[in-house]
Every structure is written in C-alpha cells, then in structure tokens.
Design a protein around this ligand. Structure first.
Ligand code: GDP
Length: 337
C-alpha cells in the first residue's frame, strides 16, 4: 500500500502499545484492536481510527476471500478444510464473519465454539465471530476495518464468511478481492442463487458435498456453467470457474486454491486487482459519509423536534412525503450555508 498523505497520528502510550503488538503479530493485541474497532463508544471509535491510521501503511498484502452460502451449505466445514490446507502451505489465515442475523438472534455464525475446532487450535489461524450488535451496514464497516488490522498483523489470507441472507452477500463482495459462492448440488439452491443475482457477483462457484452424489454434483456443475454463459459476469477477463468439492472428505481443496491463485494473477496482470480495491475504498468512504450524514441529520435539534410531527403528517396524508423531506433537509441547509 502507498504511504498515506495524512500525517502520522499521535498515539498515547496504550494505543502505541496496541499498534506495536499488532505489528509484532501478537494475537492478543489484534483481538484487543478489533474489540476497540467494534466498540460503539465515541471515545473508543476515535482511538480505533488513530490505531487504524497507524496500521494502514502495513495493510493490503493479504488476499481477501469472501465465502457465502445458505446455512447448511458447509461453509464452516469448507473453511476449516481450506484453512488447515493453506496453513500447511505456509500461510497465516484470519477468518472474520458478517452475519446480519446475529444482531437478531444474539448468536453468530462463528460464535458456536464447536465450529472450526481444529482450525481454532492452530497458531497460524485467527478466528473472529461477527460483531453481535448493529445493522448490516455497521457490522460491515467494522469487518472492513478488522480486515486491515488482520493484514497489519501479518495474516496473508483473510476469509470473510457470510450467510446467504438479505444484502449480506453484496456487502461482503464489496470488501473482498474474490467472492466465492458455496452451493449445494440440488436445483433449488442454484435457481435461488441465480434468481437473487448472487451468481452474477460470484468470482468462483463451488458445489460442496460432492461425496454424497458425485453424479448430481457433476450435473449441477455443468448446468451452472451453462447458466453462466447467459449471465453477465463481473469481469471481462475472468470467467467464473465452477468446481466440485467435498469439504468433509477434504477433496478438491488444492484445486480450489489454485483457482484463487489464478484469479489473483489474471486480475493483477490486467490491472483489475488494484482497480477493484481502489473502487472499494472510495465506495467505503461514501458509505461512511452517507451513514454519518444520516446520523448528523437525526441528531440535528430542529430535525429532532419536527420529525415526529412531520412523520405523522405524512402517514396521515396531511403532507406529501416530498414536502416533508425537503422541509427537514432544509434544516441542515441553513446550518451549512
Ligand atoms: P454452514 O452452515 O454452511 O457453515 O454448514 P456446516 O459446515 O455447519 O455444515 C452443515 C452440515 O453439512 C454438517 O453436518 C457438515 O458435517 C455437513 N457437511 C459439510 N460439508 C460436507 C461435505 O462435503 N459432505 C457431506 N457429506 N457433508 C458435509
């Protein structure tokens, strides 16, 4: 990553200690940094931004892989098999999660201690469940920052796991280099993914559980390849490959990783790899501006006092939504001008 144009932040002793800990690959310091990032307290947020600014020059070196699939598709079994394999190849792996349902259910996709048991034991792996509070936007923002912290701590493979619900796939695809869709070899699952437009954002499609019925898996693979020829895909230089694996039997894992490496090389050679990261960083800035403005708007005293009345007027047909919205937005305009 290029040196930042913004000046090096002044850190107090505790935060300097945290930054040094992350840079010297101490997992405890990394965990504490992510806790700071996830905190909703305003003073913690300020500290987190300073710590991240100090870490920024040391980020960007990992391959960021998103893995999505419906519950039961085998994501955690797959990540465990893949994780152990990539660590055996000499990598260090961080696994993060974006799980919008965790704020509703109180659980989280990586929260269950029985998941990824063997991976948890390994020194070269760092596994962090999804923050359990906040909207998808809030969770995503924190995950993006956690990716940077993991990279600064020397993890060269970062996996972001997400469940196939709502907008979470698009959100995760927007923060990773390569987005993988894990599918089950039955027609219902593929059709759902095609209908929801998720196949179009996938860079690699994997049919898991090929051990159960090899022929069904091959049939699903061929059908998906055919469907892909009719769909728009994300890059003109990359046609998403469709693979079969068995996460349980640990088969197809090296072949999968070879596709990740091929993706990185193809996209780097065409210049798209860095272009995609640049685009993602700018989109991230705008999403923070949007959410910041919304917050600023809601906190504005004049908006705060007239919002309930105007909301009632709109609901009961006494004011048009347009008139009410412009009137509220005008409160900010007066402040700005
Ligand atoms: P997740 O909800 O997507 O994380 O799915 P899990 O990894 O928890 O897997 C759901 C179930 O499918 C578990 O009982 C796994 O043992 C099983 N499973 C996962 N991968 C495979 C596979 O390749 N073959 C078979 N036969 N079962 C699998």
């Amino acid at each position: 990553m290029e040196a930042s144009a913004t000046p090096e932040p002044v850190l107090d002793a505790a935060d300097r200690h945290l930054v040094d800990g992350v840079l010297t690959k101490q997992r405890r310091a990394l965990a504490k940094t992510i806790t700071l990032i996830e905190s909703t307290r305003a003073d913690h947020q300020q500290r987190a931004q300073k710590v991240l600014a100090a870490l920024l020059p040391h980020t960007g070196k990992a391959i960021r892989v998103g893995i999505s699939g419906v519950p039961g598709a085998g994501k955690s079994t797959f990540i465990e098999a893949l994780g152990n394999w990539v660590i055996d190849q000499g990598h260090r792996l961080a696994v993060l999660a974006v799980d919008p349902s965790s704020s509703v259910s109180g659980g989280s996709i990586l929260g269950d201690k029985t998941r990824m048991e063997s991976l948890c034991q390994r020194e070269e792996a760092f596994i962090r469940p999804s923050p359990s509070a906040g909207s998808l936007g809030g969770v995503a923002e924190k995950t993006r920052e956690a990716i940077l912290a993991c990279e600064a701590a020397g993890f060269d493979v970062v996996i972001v796991e997400t469940v196939g619900v709502g907008q979470s796939e698009t959100t995760v695809a927007g923060m990773v280099d390569v987005f993988v869709l894990l599918q089950l070899p039955n027609a219902g699952d593929d059709l759902q993914a095609i209908k929801k437009g998720i196949v179009e954002i996938a860079d690699i499609i994997v049919f898991n559980k090929a051990d159960i019925d090899e022929r069904a898996a091959e049939f699903a693979r061929v059908q998906m390849r055919t469907a892909l020829t009719m769909l728009r895909t994300a890059s003109k230089n990359w046609r998403p490959p469709v693979l079969k694996v068995s996460a349980l039997a640990k088969s197809g894992i090296p072949e999968f990783w070879a596709e990740i490496e091929r993706y990185r090389k193809t996209m780097t050679d065409s210049g798209e790899f860095s272009e995609k990261r640049r685009r993602q960083a700018v989109a991230w800035m705008w999403s923070l501006i949007d959410s910041g403005l919304r917050h600023y708007f809601r906190e504005h005293p004049e908006v705060h006092s007239s919002l309930p009345r105007l909301t009632r007027d709109v609901a009961e047909g006494r004011a048009t939504p347009g008139a009410a919205a412009y009137r509220l937005l005008d409160c900010l305009k007066h402040q700005v001008s």
